[in-house]
Design a protein around this ligand. Structure first.
Ligand code: FES
Ligand code: FES
Length: 161
């Protein structure tokens, strides 16, 4: 029997402990062990970005991160994006701008887009397209997604005034 590793980590600001096999991905543990199913499994090989989470402040494909690498780390998932009363402006703008259809890609786009806006509150269209190049969508088309990120950037600037 494979010996399980004990991992102590922080997810969306909460201390979390779990047991995992050394081969298990962070995505698998988030979804199957911790029931944080917002992060989606698209390709499971690093190509689609549906599984994007924040790991110590950097967006990563959680299907390519071993769960044991979460030891001592700060993890941010889509579940931590909205506060209890309000959607994040990115989520609101994706909804209002019809920037999603099936929704499989959406959590990954939102996490990656938030990482961009946190770093660069006034991104150009090129900045947005460059930052989101690792996130694939089979449904919506990228123009609506880019526009939703632009709208969210404006909304965030207005609320920070
Ligand atoms: S599921 Fe991780 S990149 Fe596609
Ligand atoms: S909304 Fe379906 S893959 Fe993007």
């Amino acid at each position: 029997m494979v010996k399980k590793a004990h991992v102590s980590t922080t997810i969306n600001g909460e201390a979390v402990e779990f047991l995992c096999e050394p081969r298990q991905s962070l995505l698998e543990v988030l979804r199957d062990t911790l029931e944080l199913t917002g992060s989606k499994e698209g390709c499971n090989n690093g190509n689609c970005g549906a599984c994007t989470v924040m790991l110590d402040g950097v967006p990563v494909n959680s299907c390519l991160v071993l769960a044991v690498e979460a030891e001592g780390a700060q993890i941010g998932t889509i579940e931590g994006m909205a506060d209890t009363a309000h959607l994040h402006p990115l989520q609101q703008c994706f909804l209002e701008g019809a920037a999603l259809q099936c929704g499989i890609c959406t959590p990954g786009f939102l996490v990656a887009a938030k990482a961009l806006l946190d770093r660069n509150p006034r991104p150009s269209e090129q900045d947005i397209r460059f930052e989101l190049a690792g996130n694939l969508c089979r449904c919506t088309g990228y123009d609506k997604i880019v526009r939703a990120v632009q709208d969210a950037a404006v909304a965030l600037q207005e609320t920070s005034r």
